[in-house]
Every structure is written in structure tokens, then in C-alpha cells.
Design a protein around this ligand. Structure first.
Ligand code: SF4
Ligand code: SF4
Length: 373
């Protein structure tokens, strides 16, 4: 499998195995790890919050007798811990996985300004520095579900060697920041391009037609790799979930013309279906006094009407307000029609009406995140 530079550390395979799903038994995770290694994946991503993932990973690596030189491990650390607790979490991770050093440690979810302050000036800064000084971690990064403004602050802080971002074919909002990070020498990992990228392992017929000649998941993977993203996470539950990673194992640099054309065709198809209600995701309408994340809600509307992605959009909409700072807090029915956003929209969208429409389209029972911290 092709490997790409990743910050200051060793090169990583263009696919990373995320270990949050193969948790039914140690054997299940071992089988997934064995397939990943067999197809050339050298990077495993885990977190203390992923249930027994770390214990099972340690058991799998021992059972498979994998040489330490053949794999890299990234773990995560939730912001907000005091110094003693943070160091204890890192040491416990090392013990569970059976390592004396993590290749990468990411601050898990710089979603709010206080999380970044914790990492740069607060106890997190001390924890990260101590981990590096003691040789417990090779390099330090962050993941974020936060705003582009916050992610840019984290990137430009100069503290981090890599970042894990929501980079999706159908949500390219963060792509300019990914390019900025890459240009600064950071590694960039795409979080969940298949699942959070649109449940692309189970695409609706309309999306499948619009992606022709590619499979939707194939197009998403090829597009992200064409944009230079270092590595893409695959949260495999079964060895067969890695089939596309095997097929796309060898990739060059640059965007293939056929991939660029298919991605542009997909965007055009969406705009044609939405006509003058298409939200261009420019974010000019923010801030909203009710704290409605207007672009995110209207992006779900774009996807629902433009690509027929009902199941995905209803799932994501149902999570709003149910997952703390990991997702938007307020649904479309919170709009008071104050009108503040209207003059800021370059497309002159009737935002309150579109939010009401979005709510009617997508409301359903509340959902829970896979990991409910
Ligand atoms: S009209 Fe609605 S969405 Fe727009 S700023 Fe006011 S409350 Fe927010
Ligand atoms: S300003 Fe208009 S086009 Fe831009 S994100 Fe907001 S609603 Fe969408």
C-alpha cells in the first residue's frame, strides 16, 4: 500500500484502521487487524473511549506476533483532564496495547475554544510536553469536530504535527484547512469518509447513478487521496470492510482527471436538483443569535434533496442536540425568524423557511452517537 508522510513521524499507509467497531470479541478485532496488515495498512487508530478496543488491539498484536517496526499506533486524549489524570490515561493506554511508546497522541476533540486553550496553555500543554519529554509519544496532534475558525487556530498554533478532520467528498468545508495543514508539514487524516461522509457503504440509488462510473465510496476515497490527504480512516467491523482499501492500495500523487470530473458532476447534479435553494456552504450567514449552525443544517437539506440521502440525513439530524459539543446543539425549529442572517447570504436564500423545511424533512426520534461521552 502507498505510504505518505505524516508530520514528523514515519510514513503512514493511505488507509488507517479505526478500531471503534470490531469490538464484539477479541477474535473479531484480531481478524480485522490481520486483514489490515495483509493488505499493507500500517496505522491503527484507537482511543480509551472506544470500549475494549485497546485491550483487544494489544491481544491481537501479540497473537499475530507483529514486529513493532510494522505498525504505528495513534491514541487520543480527551481535553479537560488535569495533569495527573491525563498522564495516567496515556500510561494506561500504553499498558493496554502493550507498548512503551505511542507513535501518535491526538487531543480528542478540540471542538470548543476552551479545549484549544487547555491544549496550548492549560494542563493539556503540560501533559503533552511531559509525554514527549518522557518518550511516551512520538508526535502530537488533534482531532476536531469544531468550526473551521477553531481548526485554523489549532493548525496555525504550530503545536501540532498532525490533525484528524472531517474531510468528505460531500462536505468539503474543511478541505482548504487540510491543504493548509499539509503545506505546513502536518499529517492530515480524514475521519470516517465512509460513514460520517454519508453512509457511502450503503448509498441510495440516486447517489449511485450520480457517481457513475465510480462507486460512491470509491469516488470519495479517490477524491480525498487526489487532494493529498495523508491517510483515510476505515472503521472496519469485518475484514471485508477493507475491500476498497485493498483495491485502492496503490495511488499516485495528484487528482486523476476522471475523479475530478465525476466529483464536479456530482456537485452540478445537486445544484440542478435544488435550483435556487442550494446552499453554497459559504458560512456568511453566521452567527445566528439562536446558535443555529445554518450551513450544517442546510447541507443536510442539500444532501437529502440533491442526492436522495434520506437515511443518512435523518440520522445526522436526529443527533443534533444529543451529543454535546461533538455536533450542533440546535435544530432548525429553533429559528425565531429574526432575520439577522438574511442580508448576509450571497445567494439570497430564504433561510428561515429553508430551516423549517429541513426540520420537516428530517425530524425523527433522537439518536445516540456511537460513543456517547
Ligand atoms: S432568522 Fe433564524 S436562522 Fe436566521 S439568524 Fe434569525 S434565528 Fe438564526
Ligand atoms: S450564507 Fe447562504 S449560501 Fe452561505 S452558508 Fe449561509 S445559507 Fe448557505
Amino acid at each position: 500500500m502507498t505510504r505518505r508522510p505524516f508530520g514528523q513521524g514515519p510514513a503512514v499507509s493511505v488507509f488507517t484502521l479505526g478500531l471503534m467497531r470490531a469490538l464484539a470479541s477479541p477474535l473479531q478485532l484480531q481478524q480485522v487487524v490481520a486483514r489490515a496488515l495483509a493488505i499493507g495498512i500500517n496505522h491503527f487508530e484507537t482511543a480509551p473511549a472506544y470500549g475494549p478496543s485497546q485491550t483487544y488491539l494489544g491481544q491481537a498484536l501479540a497473537a499475530l506476533a507483529v514486529s513493532r517496526h510494522h505498525y504505528l499506533v495513534t491514541s487520543k486524549l480527551l481535553p479537560g483532564l488535569d495533569v495527573g489524570s491525563g498522564l495516567a490515561v496515556v500510561r494506561a493506554t500504553l499498558q493496554r496495547v502493550g507498548l512503551d511508546r505511542l507513535d501518535q497522541l491526538a487531543v480528542h476533540g478540540i471542538n470548543r475554544p476552551e479545549h484549544l486553550r487547555w491544549a496550548l496553555q492549560g494542563p493539556g500543554a503540560e501533559i503533552l510536553a511531559a509525554c514527549e519529554a518522557e518518550g511516551l509519544v512520538g508526535q502530537v496532534g488533534f482531532s476536531s469536530h469544531g468550526s473551521p475558525e477553531l481548526v485554523e487556530q489549532a493548525i496555525t498554533s504550530g503545536r501540532f504535527d498532525f490533525c484528524s478532520l472531517h474531510l468528505h467528498l460531500l462536505n468539503p468545508t474543511m478541505m482548504p484547512l487540510a491543504r493548509q495543514a499539509l503545506a505546513a508539514g502536518m499529517g492530515v487524516m480524514a475521519i470516517s469518509p465512509a460513514d460520517k461522509g454519508g453512509r457511502l457503504f450503503d448509498p441510495p440509488d440516486l447517489l449511485r447513478q450520480q457517481c457513475t462510473p465510480f462507486d460512491p465510496l470509491e469516488l470519495a476515497y479517490r477524491w480525498l487521496l487526489g487532494r493529498g490527504v495523508s491517510t483515510l480512516t476505515v472503521g472496519a467491523a469485518r475484514p471485508s470492510d477493507l475491500d476498497w482499501a485493498q483495491r485502492l492500495a496503490w495511488v499516485g500523487d495528484g487528482m486523476p482527471a476522471a475523479v475530478a470530473a465525476a466529483a464536479e458532476g456530482l456537485n452540478q447534479a445537486c445544484q440542478q436538483r435544488l435550483q435556487d435553494t442550494f446552499c453554497g456552504q459559504c458560512r456568511c450567514c453566521l452567527p445566528c443569535p439562536e446558535d443555529i449552525d445554518i450551513p450544517t443544517l442546510l447541507r443536510l437539506r442539500n444532501l437529502r434533496l440533491g442526492h436522495g440521502m434520506g437515511a443518512f440525513c435523518e440520522e445526522r439530524y436526529g443527533l443534533i442536540g444529543q451529543a454535546g459539543h461533538w455536533l450542533p446543539l440546535v435544530r432548525g425549529d429553533a429559528c425565531t425568524r429574526c432575520g439577522d442572517c438574511l442580508p448576509r447570504c450571497p445567494r439570497n436564500l430564504e433561510i428561515p423557511t429553508l430551516l423549517q423545511h429541513t426540520h420537516g424533512l428530517l425530524q425523527g426520534p433522537p439518536r445516540r452517537r456511537l460513543w456517547g461521552w
